[in-house]
Write a protein that binds this ligand. Structure first.
Ligand code: PHE
Length: 378
């Protein structure tokens, strides 16, 4: 009798353990966490990301969900900042028991989230974090559970370096936030590509995220006579620096990366500038045009790159889950590696480091408008 009770107890324990595994089908829904900076320095990034991901989930649910289950979104505010990002990731994993995370936008937030995801065997797909280390361990190996839907900064830095040189500019001054993984990385990749292709870096100055007065650095920019001021920061900083540069009469052409992409970019402050980005809403491919129309119908605005990549990232994840055929993150990670998926921002297959190989576009800011100028393939 005793042994029968013991065997029975063991069986129950085994069943409970299985039920707690990420692979076990639990309940009638599949939960996907959306970690986005809804507050903090760059709220337009968060709102667009949430809205793009939610639209993908809504469309998928209208077609029956995934694995025959309804998809449930769990939205958390990760603020584009490491500590709130860690708290949000722990909360959705521990309390909401999600197996899947779409997010974050900012590399400095995605990197700590990726470590938590990896430890918990939770799949993370960042729509827009471009720093290489998001998907890489310290030893250079690939994080098994971490993917992204965007190109990476060595490519983006090279695109802008070559673009600057193609316009005949041979000298550049770089300004960067030392504490921001994305900004610091992109500054370095631009510097390397620009000098290797024959350009000259005539100055490089760092600042911190709390700085609001850039006049000392901008004086140096003016004195250096640089033709290009490379400022690979987010729109909130570009707005400040751009306005002060104009006030000071700095003539260097401002250039930057995807971080400029926001409805709140001050087009007066950034006038005359150029930035690289992931997609262009005027792209005539049918998949782009139907996406833009659907998004506009729902949210009454044209989707920016953040919304588009969040939509793509969510669909990539859903395609991975569907291909795996089971809610088991080991199997989903393996299935993701073999996807060949037509996303709005371009066709996606993942390389060995879980990065898609995709083209970039260069956007010009001129007279209040943001206009597509070039598309650059890897
Ligand atoms: N690439 C930026 C980062 O890694 C985030 C970003 C992407 C911002 C696209 C705007 C548009 O931090």
């Amino acid at each position: 009798m005793k042994t029968r009770v013991a065997v029975f107890a063991l069986l129950i324990v085994a069943m409970l353990l299985t039920a707690c595994q990420p692979g076990a089908a639990g309940g009638g829904t599949i939960k996907i966490a959306i970690l986005a900076p809804l507050s903090g320095p760059v709220p337009t990034f968060g709102v667009s990301t949430r809205d793009g991901a939610l639209l993908a989930i809504e469309e998928a649910n209208a077609k029956g969900g995934v694995l025959g289950k309804k998809i449930e979104a769990v939205v958390a505010d990760s603020q584009c900042t490491p500590d709130p990002a860690v708290n949000a990731a722990n909360k959705v994993i521990e309390q909401d028991k999600v197996h899947y995370i779409v997010g974050e936008v900012c590399s400095s937030a995605s990197i700590p989230i990726s470590e938590i995801a990896e430890k918990n065997k939770v799949i993370q797909i960042s729509p827009t974090s471009t720093n290489p280390t998001v998907t890489l361990n310290a030893d250079g190996t690939t994080k098994k559970y971490v993917f992204r839907a965007c190109f990476i900064d060595p490519f983006q830095g090279t695109v802008m370096a070559k673009f600057a040189l193609s316009k005949g500019y041979k000298t550049a001054f770089i300004m960067f936030d030392q504490g921001n993984d994305y900004v610091r990385g992109l500054a370095e990749f631009f510097e390397k590509a620009f000098s290797e292709a024959g350009g000259q870096i005539v100055g490089k100055e760092s600042y911190t995220k709390t700085d609001t007065d850039f006049s000392a650095i901008l004086t140096k920019v003016a004195e250096s006579k640089a033709e290009v001021l490379f400022l690979p920061d987010y729109y909130n900083i570009v707005n400040l620096v751009g306005a002060q540069a104009k006030e000071k009469g700095v003539t260097a052409v401002m250039m930057g990366g995807d971080g400029w992409d926001s409805a709140d970019l001050d087009v007066k402050a950034a006038d005359g500038g150029f930035y690289s980005n992931h997609y262009d809403a005027a792209d005539t491919r049918p998949i782009v045009q139907s996406w833009v129309a659907n998004y506009q119908k729902k949210y009454n605005s044209v989707p920016d790159a953040l919304a588009t990549l969040a939509y793509d990232a969510t669909n990539l994840l859903l395609a991975g889950i569907a291909k795996a055929g089971v809610d088991d993150t080991d199997k989903v990670a393996a299935a993701m590696e073999t996807l060949n998926f037509e996303a709005v921002s371009g066709n996606v297959t993942f390389d060995k480091q879980h990065n898609p190989i995709k083209s970039a576009v260069v956007i010009a800011v001129k007279d209040g408008k943001k206009t597509f100028t070039a598309s650059v393939a890897p």
